[in-house]
Design a protein around this ligand. Structure first.
Ligand code: 3HC
Length: 723
């Protein structure tokens, strides 16, 4: 089998051996690369014409870390792994760091995970200002495994190193220099030459020859270190109580501080090995590759089309969504025309954009200068005069079909013929919106999630007539504004909202049957959702929830539960967080407090539904509740796949994580479903159908796969995808 990457060794007349990591696209450290690194080092150490060593990466990237694509093979036992500690101790510590010749890492682009760990085993590091350095392993469910838990605290101190590891947050070259992680900052053109000179300076002892593993000056005294570790443990528990590996990371760091770095390295190597086989790691690696796969769209991105240049964007509507979308655009330097119907609404829209940006300034994420520059990209208008040279329009007005139809026929008149015409509707069929135009080939959905400048998902909706070029254009804009796109087909609710509609629906149903609102929310948050269905309904607002419900009722009447609870509460101006009261009370800073008063609405709703409460429901465990809320979501996700609305199951995993906050460490809704098994889910849905009725009826896709033992995520063959 051909080697997966290698290193190259080149010895200069100055006596410096430059070892270059070559494994495109990100110079990941496959086992082949690591063995080759060891061989190159051994050769450099052997050769009498080599005085010192520089390690760098090909093509302006040091290394993106250990080869994640090999994790699957390792977990499945398809490849034999080196013995525990071989890479971190035998290669990086006892070959690189303990070498009799000094080495310097020359870092441009990425030095992530194993990449940074290799660099930290060198005796000095030179970086460019734009280089990104970090240990993001925890986002893959593992811990740094090549000595990072030991060397990073010794180079930047405990507090900063824990922050970088626990938040998987890389830093730029400049900050790394200030912290002492890198020794000098230079331009990319000077990088290798400066590193060569530095290596020779080390060789000549003109500069100190430092082994990071044995540095102690940055480490806090033991008492203080214990306090920092205690605080980190509490924070890790608070942020993700279901996750074990952040605590393992802290334990391993502690071991190095208490028992010495060599003991720390051993503990790290053993823990790394164990975590590599955990369900959390498997799920998070699935998420990593699924996220990258969302922008590979059959029939669009495989046609060799290049995205067209989008120089100017127009947004219609300066409400919550429109202003959020405008904010996302200007943050990525797109000039934006914001159109409203009158001066008052326009000013309110501009003020919202200002408020979005000011909040970033307050949090220290944006300078005043950058704020001014971003705001200068927005032009507020009341007519279509400025639309003659726009390349992309995003309509974000209220969900009214007639209004949208009018707008799209106006857009056809005023925008140039190449302009992409996008709508941010969250539910309305795109064919209906474009019905009065002849521009169906350039009409597309650009469904953002609120707040649009924060939420990472962009649902791109394609009708049967939308041209592949338009999809490619929008994918490119999505990438530039740093969104994760999923491309889906056209139907009421599209993929994301449709899949998650049963989340609230089933919850409302169980409340009528006697289950407690807060118990349901608690079970869902313990499972890992950012909020339960009732807290979510409060956040979205009952008005929106009811309006969306009406759309579903029209399209899928057989599986909409007509609860009266929301309309009843709305009658008393109890419509969610915006009215300070919904299922919770809101006082002060968005703190949600349970409110016993809701019982009177629940009792009335139960009476109107004519249902008797089911005492069996009161005995349910949290696991049962989670199943009862999520299995209908899985059922709908299966329909979405079966109908070809989504291309692949992993897109729905990403949609559930980035659109709804489904816990990534469970791999997304379909991945989680397969971990439970179609047969079990089908059996439960059938049982509830008998007991409670048609809302739970398993769809044919689910029934068939359960019967045949086929995973729900296995590719859909029989239907022609609607894309
Ligand atoms: C023992 C050690 O401690 C363990 C480790 O090192 S674990 C690995 C730690 N490293 C990481 O977590 C970094 C993961 N990668 C990333 O965050 C991002 O890919 C990046 C910042 C490096 C680049 O981002 P970006 O430029 O947007 O490109 P992106 O599309 O993500 O990646 C480009 C390609 O490289 C692949 N890739 C990125 N990092 C990789 C890695 N570490 N291993 C294998 N493939 C990798 C991606 O899958 C993608 O492949 P594709 O083109 O076939 O889809």
């Amino acid at each position: 089998m051909a080697a997966k990457g290698r290193t190259e060794l080149e010895v200069g007349a100055d006596g410096v051996a430059v070892i270059t990591i070559c494994n495109p696209p990100v110079n990941s450290l496959s086992i082949d690369v690591l063995y080759s690194l060891k061989e190159s080092y051994e050769e450099a150490l052997r050769r009498s014409d080599v005085k010192a060593i520089v390690v760098t990466g090909k093509g302006g990237k040091f290394s993106g870390g250990f080869d994640i694509s090999s994790f699957g093979d390792v977990q499945g036992g398809q490849t034999t792994q080196p013995k525990v500690g071989y890479i971190s101790i035998d290669i990086l510590t006892d070959t690189l760091e303990a070498a009799t010749k000094p080495s310097v890492a020359a870092i441009d682009g990425l030095a992530l995970g194993g990449g940074l760990e290799v660099a930290m085993a060198c005796h000095a590091r030179i970086a460019t200002p734009m280089a990104q350095l970090g240990l993001p392993e925890l986002q893959l469910g593992i811990i740094p495994g090549f000595g990072g838990t030991q060397r990073l605290p010794r180079l930047v101190g405990l507090t900063k190193s824990l922050e970088m590891m626990l938040l998987s947050k890389p830093i730029k070259g400049g900050e790394a220099h200030e912290l002492g992680l890198v020794d000098a900052l230079v331009s990319p053109n000077d990088l290798v030459n400066t590193a060569r000179q530095w290596a020779l300076d080390l060789y000549e002892l003109r500069k100190p020859w430092i082994k990071s593993l044995y540095k102690t000056d940055k480490l806090e005294p033991l008492g203080e270190a214990r306090e920092i570790l205690k605080f980190a443990r509490a924070q890790a528990q608070k942020q993700a109580a279901n996750l074990h590996h952040p605590l393992v990371c802290i334990d391993v760091v502690e071991e190095g501080i208490v028992a010495g770095p060599r003991a720390g390295l051993w503990k790290e190597a053993t823990a790394f090995q164990g975590l590599l086989f955990s369900d959390t790691c498997k799920s998070l690696v699935h998420v990593f590759f699924s996220q990258r796969a969302t922008s590979k769209i059959p029939g669009a991105t495989d046609l060799g089309l290049m995205p067209r240049k989008i120089s100017k964007v127009a947004i219609l509507g300066g409400g919550l969504m429109g202003s959020g979308i405008a904010t996302a655009m200007i943050l990525s330097n797109y000039p934006v025309i914001l159109k409203e119907v009158n001066e008052k609404f326009l000013n309110a829209g501009i003020d919202r954009i200002k408020a979005n940006l000011q909040s970033r300034v307050r949090k220290g994420k944006m300078t005043d200068e950058r704020y001014e520059k971003a705001m200068s990209l927005v032009t507020g208008v009341l007519d279509y005069e400025h639309f003659k040279d726009v390349d992309l329009v995003i309509e974000a007005v209220i969900e009214n079909v007639k209004l949208k139809q009018q707008i799209f026929s106006d857009l056809e008149k005023y925008c140039p013929s190449h302009c992409v015409l996008a709508t941010n509707t969250s539910t309305i069929d795109l064919n209906l919106i474009g019905e009065k135009t002849k521009s169906q080939d350039r009409i597309v959905g650009a469904h953002f999630f609120s707040p649009a400048h924060v939420m990472p998902l962009l649902e791109i909706v394609r009708t049967q007539r939308t041209s592949p070029q338009v999809v490619v254009d929008l994918l490119d804009v999505g990438k530039k504004i740093k969104k994760t796109p999923i491309v889906v087909g056209n139907c009421t609710g599209f993929a994301v909202n449709r899949m998650f509609f049963p989340y609230t629906q089933s919850a409302l149903f169980y409340v009528d049957l006697g289950l407690d609102v807060y118990k349901i929310d608690r079970a869902c948050t313990k499972f890992g959702m950012p909020m339960g269905p009732f807290r979510l309904a409060d956040l979205v607002g009952f008005g929106v929830a009811v309006a969306t419900g009406m759309q579903y009722l029209e399209s899928f009447p057989e599986r909409v539960y007509k609860s009266m609870l929301l309309p009843l509460m709305m009658e008393d101006n109890r419509a969610g967080e915006a009215t300070q009261k919904g299922f919770y009370k809101y006082e002060g800073k968005r703190k949600a407090t349970p409110d016993p008063e809701i019982m009177k609405y629940i009792e009335k709703s139960r009476g109107m539904a004519g249902v008797t409460t089911d005492p069996e429901l009161l005995k349910l465990s949290e696991k049962d509740i989670v199943e009862m809320v999520f299995f209908p979501v899985i059922n709908e996700a299966c329909r979405v796949l079966d109908e070809g609305i989504a291309v692949k199951a992993s897109d729905l995993d990403i949609a559930s994580i980035f659109g709804m906050g489904f816990p990534p460490y469970r791999g997304g809704v379909m991945y989680w479903a397969d971990s439970i098994g179609a047969k079990y889910i089908h059996g439960k849905l059938q049982e509830w159908t008998k007991r409670y009725g048609g809302f739970f009826k398993p769809c044919s896709y689910l029934a068939e796969r359960a019967a045949k033992g086929i995973p729900l995520s296995a590719p859909v063959k029989k239907v022609q995808a609607r894309l």
